[in-house]
Design a protein around this ligand. Sequence first.
Ligand SMILES: Nc1ncnc2c1ncn2[C@@H]1O[C@H](COP(=O)(O)OP(=O)(O)OP(=O)(O)O)[C@@H](O)[C@H]1O
Length: 387
Amino acid sequence: MQQILIVEDEPAIRRVLVKILTEENSSYKIVEAVNGVDGLQAFNKQEFNLVLCDIKMPRMDGLEVLEEIKKINVDVPVVMISGHGDLETAVESMKKGAFDYISKPPDLNRLLNTVRIALDSAKLKVENKQLKKKVAKGFQMIGKSAAITEIKNVIEKVAPTDARVLITGPNGTGKELVAHWLHQKSDRSKANFIEVNCAAIPSELIESELFGHVKGAFTSANKDRAGKFEAANGGTLFLDEIGDMSLSAQAKVLRALQENKVQRVGSDKDLKVNVRVIAATNKDLKTEIDNKNFREDLYHRLAVIMIKVPSLDERKDDIPLLVDYFAKKIAKENGTSAKVFNQTAVDELMSYNWTGNVRELRNVVERLLILGGDEISKDDVELFASK
Ligand SMILES: Nc1ncnc2c1ncn2[C@@H]1O[C@H](COP(=O)(O)OP(=O)(O)OP(=O)(O)O)[C@@H](O)[C@H]1O
C-alpha cells in the first residue's frame, strides 16, 4: 500500500487528483488536506510515501509546507502543484528539495508518471539505506581488548579527516576491516570504497588497473577504461598489500598522491582526482625500503597515520567474543540455529597459538559448527580444530 497525502485548497483540483490516482492503482491510499496547516498535521500523524502539495494556498503556502516536511522526513518525495503564474516558485521549490512539479490543471499522463517515478525513487532510497546498514553490520569490529579499543579510538579521530593511513599487521588480523571503518565513518562514505589487492595483480597490469588506459595503449586495450583512482573519486581507495607493488607503479602512485592527478596508460592528459588513500601491508616497509623494494618518499606520503593491528595472540581476551560472534553469524548465514561453545571449548581455543589470525579462528569456528556436537566442547575442539 502506498500512502499519498494531497495538500490542495481547491476542491475541484483535489477531486481530480484523487480520482486519477485511485482509478490508476488501488494500492494508492489517499489522505486529503485542505490547507498547509492541516497537511502538516496529517504528515505528523502518520507515515506517507509521497506528498502532492499545491503552491498557492491560504494560511501556509506550499514552499513553507515543503520546508517543514523536509525537516520531519527528508526522504519523502514532495511533488509541487503549480498554478498559472507560479512557475518560478515551482522551480525554486526544486532547489528546496521538491522532487518535481506538475502544472494545473493536472495532465493525466504527466501526473501518473511523476507519481510513479517519485514512489519508485523513494523505495530505492529506503532500500539503499537498508543495504548500507547491512553492509555496516557485516563489517562489525568485535573485541574489547586494550589493542582493539585503542584502534577504535584512533579510527574515530582519524576517519573524519582526509589523512592517509597505513595499516600494518599479519595476514587476516582485520586490516581490511579497519580500512572499511575509516571509510564508513568519514564524509566520503556516500562515495565508493574501492579496494585493490596489489599482490593479486600481475605487475604489468597494475598500472592500468590503478590508472586506467586508453584504447590501443597495449595489445589487449581494445577500448578506453577508467582505473581504480577514477572509480574512487570522492571516496576512498584501499591499496591492500602495498608492499608488493612494483617500483614503477609506486612512482606513479606517488605522483598521484602529490598532485591529485592521474594519467590513463597511453594518454598524456591529466585527470584530476579527489581520493583518500588508505594502504595496508603485512610486510615491514622499513626493511623493504632498506632492500630497495619500496620507495621511502612514498612511505612517508602514505604513513601519515599508522595503525598497527596486532595478531590474535596479543589479544587473546577477544577470543570468547569472536567465537560467539562468528558462531552466530555463520549460523545465520546458513539458516541454522546457533550452537553454543561451552567454557571448556572456549578455554581450549584460547590456549592455542594464533600466530595471525582472526580469519583462521573464523574457519575453525565454522568447522566446529559443522562437525561438532550440539554443544561444542573441549573434546570437539581437540578432535576437529586441527591446530
Ligand atoms: N575484530 C574483528 N571482528 C570481527 N571480524 C573480524 C575482526 N577482525 C577480522 N575479522 C574478520 O576476519 C576476516 C579477515 O579480516 P581482514 O580481511 O580484515 O584481514 P586482513 O588483515 O585485511 O587480511 P589480509 O592481510 O589477508 O588481507 C574477515 O572476514 C573479517 O571480517
